[in-house]
Design a protein around this ligand. Sequence first.
Ligand SMILES: [Zn+2]
Length: 393
Amino acid sequence: MSPSGAEFIRQRKAQIAEVDPSAVHEVVGNGVAIIDVRETEEFANGHLPGAKHVPRSYLESRIEGVVPDRGQRVILYCASGQRSALAAYTLSEDLGYEHVESMTGGITLWKDRGYEVEVPKRFTAEQRDRYSRHILIPEIGEAGQRKLLEARVLLLGAGGLGSPSALYLAAAGVGTLGIVDNDVVDLSNLQRQVIHNSQRIGVPKVDSAEESIKALNPDVEVVKYRTRLDATNIMEIISGWDIIVDGVDNFPTRYLLNDASVRLQIPVVSASILGFDGQLSVFKPYDGPCYRCLFPEPPPAELAPSCGANGVLGVLPGTMGLLQATEVVKLIVGAGDPAIGRLLLYDALAATLTEVKIRRDPQCAICSRDPESISDAEMGVFPDYEAFCAAAG
Ligand SMILES: [Zn+2]
């Protein structure tokens, strides 16, 4: 017979290490990672000083970003010590953390002992005003807005797709936006890359984007990567982000990004554009198909749009970039049905949006396997790019 819920928790508690609040109190601020596994709303009402917030429902996907070193001492707590006990079991048994403890009695006992609680800043009057139209929507509300302000979203490219999505994510109050881009603003960009302007021609796109974002919403912190994403830097750059917005314009990077994001289990909101046509899908590792499930092989070189300059309707990346931004907000606040396992095809000339179902490939070279088993050497396996484009003629 299966154990009751209470019995199951008792069993788990017997399998993990527990620590009394008095012992935790002695190590606060001493290089021990103290992790609050409660929900956003509970964390917002007060937490242990210096505690990092990793809700239990995001434990597997976020803990590495917060505690990259599996040898570090980690203390988990919740309200009463139950959720943290289950989370401690996951961290030590499934994720290989070596020194994990759960605080007995949770923050309730901590408070009873009279220890200090840090209360995060409430919305300022300005924030209440700025985000009032979000707070009015039940699917977002104050809790959702807080999640947006806590969220970390990485944009690959501050070009056609990245420009509108960065602007709107900043306006929506996504607290931390990372931008990876190696280019400078060029006059030919301005037909669609609306985060830049005529005064900033020749300025690095990451700097120009930061200036526009800061002017729009000072709540947003911008993390700039003025570099090109490649196999040597991708793991370092994308680790610790909640969601990636893929605006990359070439196949090799797209495959590399897919493999790295599956390995780190970070969802990617992906879009591409050509002429009057746009495509969009959300690749959430192990929840739906990955990019390789959809396109196991890159298209023939002569059909690859990324080998040279291609024409595109200036408005189209705006449409597609905002569909991406919409999916990002939905994922952060947990509203609606994200486009996981679906490919949306937008035909601007016909004014139609078509949906194609896509499934996980049980034979997929990447996502059919455990993330830990994907090696560096296997990531981004792709024909030589120069040769690939040369073959396109
Ligand atoms: Zn796959």
